[in-house]
Design a protein around this ligand. Structure first.
Ligand SMILES: [Zn+2]
Length: 119
């Protein structure tokens, strides 16, 4: 499947250009999504919340959002997921790198038709 080198989005065979940014697609498969651990360590990476889920389904929706973003090649973490805290979490922010925020928001907006991601 050809893919966009800028967006890491895969397209069906026969597609030449990215529908998103117009870049010429590369043959083959997109590189594996970056390891999430990598974005946690560098000090120069600023993580910002792309969306904050709240309520009883917050964790579930945040997990789904993270899966969607990671499938699009955007490294992403859920704030507090590494905590040993077992109490119910009220707000679950989904964090991405600052440079990925615009794209992450667009991706999540595209998925907003799915009721599960509506606020
Ligand atoms: Zn693109």
């Amino acid at each position: 499947m050809p893919y966009c080198p800028d967006c890491s989005i895969e397209y069906v065979e026969g597609t030449d250009h990215c529908e998103d940014c117009g870049a010429t697609l590369f043959p083959g498969s997109p590189p594996a999504p970056p390891d999430n651990l990598e974005i946690l360590s560098p000090k120069d990476v600023r993580l910002v919340p792309v969306r904050v889920f709240a309520g009883g389904t917050a964790q579930m929706n945040a997990d789904l959002a993270r899966n969607i973003l990671q499938s699009q090649g955007i490294p992403c973490i859920l704030q507090g997921e590494n905590s040993a805290e077992m109490l119910p979490v009220l707000d679950v922010p989904v964090l991405v790198r600052e440079q990925d925020v615009a794209r992450a928001e667009r991706i999540l907006r595209d998925y907003a038709g799915a009721r599960i991601l509506e606020d």
